[in-house]
Every structure is written in C-alpha cells, then in structure tokens.
Design a protein around this ligand. Structure first.
Ligand code: MN
Length: 493
C-alpha cells in the first residue's frame, strides 16, 4: 500500500536569462534554501525536490514532461522568483498532466527600507513575476491553485500541506483499484453508477470478482497465520468473553482478513467492497476483517458501494499521519428532541476503529441480515471532535461531491443493546438545515467520515479532479444552498 510519504513534488523556479549570471545564482540559492528548510521543517507531508531555475521554453517543457513521467512525483510547485515571460511556459503547461500549485511568496519577509535599491527590487520581484504566470494559466484555463504568503509562516505551510495531500490523493487515484466482491446491493440506486466515467475522470479501476475467488483464498489460510493475526487483535483490542465459541468466530474473521489482504495485494488494490447478499461459501459477513483492514488504510464500503470505498481510501491517504481518524459510515437513526437533534451513524458492523474513543472491544453477536453465523466485530464509541462527512454520487451525466461539517458529540447515555460502533453527529450549521440540504443535493446514506482533514483540503481535491463540491457548513442557509445547486447545474451541465 502506498503512503503519503512515498510521494514528492517538484519545485520549479521561473526566471529568464536577461538578469545575468550573478542574479540567477542568487535566485537558485534562494530556491535551494527554501526547499531545504521546508523539507527540514517536517511540516510538509511529502518531500520537495529542487529543480534548476528554468530560463527557456525548452527547459520548461522538458522538465514538465519529466515530472509527468516520474511515478513518485505527484505534482509540481511553481514559483516566479523573478519575471519569467509566460509565453515560455505555454508548451510546458499544455503538456502538464499533474496537479500544479503556484506559490506567490518572497524569499525575504520584510522590506529592507534602509538598503533597498534597484538590484534588490529586480532580484525579489515575485509580486511581478507571479502575476505574469497567473495571466497565462488563467488564459489557458490550467487546473491550478494559488497560495499566497510568507513561505516560513505556519499558515502558508499548513495550506501548502493541505494542497499536497489533495494532490497526492488525486495523482495516486489515477492508479486506484477498487475490488468488488459481488455487485452492488440489489435495487439500490445511490451505490450504483458509471464505472467507466469514474475510470476516465478519476482513474479508479473497479473490477468485479466472484465471491468464490475470495473463498478459494480463505481456504488456503494456515492456522499459524491465524494465530499471528489473533495476536495482533489481542494487542490492539479487548476480547470480551473469550469463550471457545467466541474465539472460533473471531478466528474466522482473522482468516477472512488474511485472505482479503492477500487478494488485494496481489491485485495492487487499495480498496474493496462486500455485499451481504453475496456471501456464498463464507461463514460470516466480514466485520472485524473489514474494520482492521480499514485501520491499515484500505478503503472499504459495504453493499457494493465502490464510490464510497474509493473515497474512504482517498481521504485516508489525504489524512495519513494526522490526528483523528477516517471511516466508512452510514446515516442510521435520529434523535429529534428540540435543541438536541443529532444523527446516530453506524453500520451493520464495518466501522473503522481509527475513530474510536479508547480501546475497542471484539464481540460476537447474531446478525439478522445475511443469514450467516454470528460475526465478530469491533464495538466502540467514537472520539469527540470536528470533522465532516462526504458523499460522492453519480448524477447521470456527471459526478457530484457533497460534504457536511459535523461535530462528533459525546453520548451521555450508553448503548447497552447495540453491539456496533456508534458515532453521534451534530451537523453544521444545524441539524435541520444540514439534513435538508444533504437530502436535496442527493447525498447518499453511505459516506466517508473524517476528523483528520478539513474542508479546504477537500476543496483543493475537488478542483484538481474537476468535480463539483457542494459544501454544507456554518455559512450554509437553505436558500443559498438551493441557489448554488441551481447555478452549479447550469455550470456543470
Ligand atoms: Mn449500508
């Protein structure tokens, strides 16, 4: 599985040969210092790779084409330290196939009032050069973002990190494989969709496999492998009531997990779906198995919901190494008391323990759906905090992303009879407006829930993949949301 730290970004400095070698040496020196300091700060999720200052159209085109071909490079970052006549960038920009960030910053923070002269002005003129570059990217309608600020500042580095996370997810998404065991749940609309379009637009490959292929892999799992997996479970979770019956059922999930992971690794897949209607040859619905794989970073969604499975993987990558967690989730049931409205989100079994408060327990209970043996699952309450839910849907002619900021609230009472993971969500701006907007937008009952990244990261992502993002947050009113929906329908067609 790929990790965020496996990726890098190329740092391209624009200039021209008009300035003379002495100035150009200074330009290169500054860029190198910036790249080294940014890398050494450990504030960025991926490494920056310094590239020589670009002085000609041919060197720009060559460098961008090399960036396109480099598998570990997931985007380029451009900075016009001095004035770089932008016609020189046209061929390179036409060839660019990866996300691009323009940073508008300056090596020095403050104006040196007492010493500033024309030489200094000519050397430090990104205010000038970055506008020329902005013009050509606007005219060519190049997909890009611009971040302005002092390069050492926390805010600047923080926004740059978010952009990098979104870019890594966008570029690595071009090679994302989502394995579907079985089709999507019979008669369900929102989990269906155009897989060819998803491949074209996002690079998501979504192959189908019969459940028998997995059963074959399950039958090959050795007892010694299960013993090791059980040790992992015991180290990470608490097994309540370790009776012979329960342990046997937990071992069955261990067996499924081992087989699932081998199956995914062999196919270079980082996400998968199951369907409780298609479990022929399996003793249990995969519960604990899916939960533990999600905790490792795999994308997952139930009922054949490949769009959500891919989005879980995408957002897990974007949030890797950050505080919090990310899970597949489903809007389940409401508390509708006046002034205390919230949503109890969960699923039959498969919620990722990365969002858990405290140590989850492993429990074995009957499951009325699926008609199989009692499955082992992780049970927990989720950690309080801020996050958002996101749904990606197919509108027939295009895809749409809907996201809602939420507070995860603490449960004042316990759920004695509910042996699944529980997530209590109070959406913003308030329960009623948020739920009305979500339903009006067509957002699904399944979603990806994260407390690791914020909406700005998702906004960067939606721009890179050119998919509409409808946000529901503190600012949202029902009428503004409906207008945005109408305007977006006109814009996106
Ligand atoms: Mn479901």
């Amino acid at each position: 599985m790929k990790h965020i730290g496996d990726y890098n970004f190329w740092f391209l400095t624009g200039s021209q040969d008009l300035y003379g070698q002495e100035t150009l040496n200074e330009v290169s020196k500054h860029s190198k210092i910036m790249v080294n300091e940014l890398n050494d700060s450990n504030d960025l999720p991926c490494k920056l790779i310094y590239k020589d200052t670009l002085l000609t159209a041919s060197s720009i085109e060559k460098t961008i084409k090399e960036a396109n071909l480099d598998e570990t490079c997931v985007g380029i970052i451009c900075w016009m330290h001095t004035f770089s006549p932008a016609k020189m960038w046209i061929n390179g920009l036409n060839a660019l196939s990866k996300p691009m960030l323009q940073i508008n910053t300056q090596f020095n923070k403050s104006l040196p009032y007492n010493t500033i002269d024309m030489d200094f002005m000519n050397l430090n003129q990104s205010a000038h050069g970055d506008r020329e570059f902005g013009y050509i990217t606007a005219r060519m309608d190049i997909n890009r973002n611009v971040i302005v600020g002092y390069w050492k500042s926390k805010t600047f580095k923080n926004r740059m990190s978010k952009w990098m996370r979104a870019a890594a997810a966008t570029t690595s998404g071009k090679n994302l494989t989502v394995v579907r065991f079985g089709d999507n749940m019979r008669d369900v609309a929102v989990t269906c969709g155009d897989k060819v379009e998803a491949y074209i637009k996002l690079g998501w490959n979504i192959p189908y496999y019969g459940i028998g292929d997995l059963v074959e892999e399950i039958n090959k799992v050795k007892d010694s492998e299960i013993d090791l997996k059980m040790e992992e479970y015991q180290a990470e979770y608490t097994i309540v009531e370790p009776t012979k019956y329960n342990l046997e059922h937990i071992r069955e999930q261990a067996k499924i997990e081992i087989a699932l992971e081998k199956f995914l690794i062999e196919r270079n897949a980082e996400a998968f779906t199951t369907n409780f209607q298609d479990l022929h040859g399996l003793k249990q619905l995969p519960g604990l198995a899916c939960q533990h794989l999600m905790a490792k970073g795999y994308g997952f969604a139930a009922e054949g919901d490949w769009k959500t499975a891919a989005m879980v993987r995408t957002i897990k990558l974007m949030g890797e190494n950050l505080e919090g967690g990310c899970s597949f989730l489903e809007d389940y049931t409401y508390n509708l008391e006046e002034n205390n409205m919230f949503n109890l989100s969960s699923h039959m079994l498969e919620i990722c323990p990365s969002i858990a408060k405290g140590k989850p327990t492993i429990e074995v209970h009957p499951l009325s759906i699926g008609d199989k043996e009692d499955p082992a699952r992780l049970v927990f309450d989720s950690k309080e905090g801020n996050g958002f839910t996101v749904s990606i849907i197919d509108l027939g002619n295009r895809m749409r992303i809907v996201a809602n900021k939420v507070d995860v609230i603490n449960s004042e009472k316990s759920f004695k009879q509910l042996p699944v993971a529980r997530v209590l969500l109070a959406p913003k701006p308030n329960f009623i407006t948020a739920s009305e907007c979500w339903i009006l937008s067509g957002g699904g009952h399944h979603n990806t829930f994260t407390t690791q990244i914020d909406l700005e990261t998702l906004e960067f992502y939606s721009e890179m993949v050119k998919i509409e993002l409808l946000k529901i947050d503190e600012e949202t009113t029902l009428s503004s949301f409906r207008n945005q929906d109408r305007w977006n329908r006109a814009y996106y067609g």
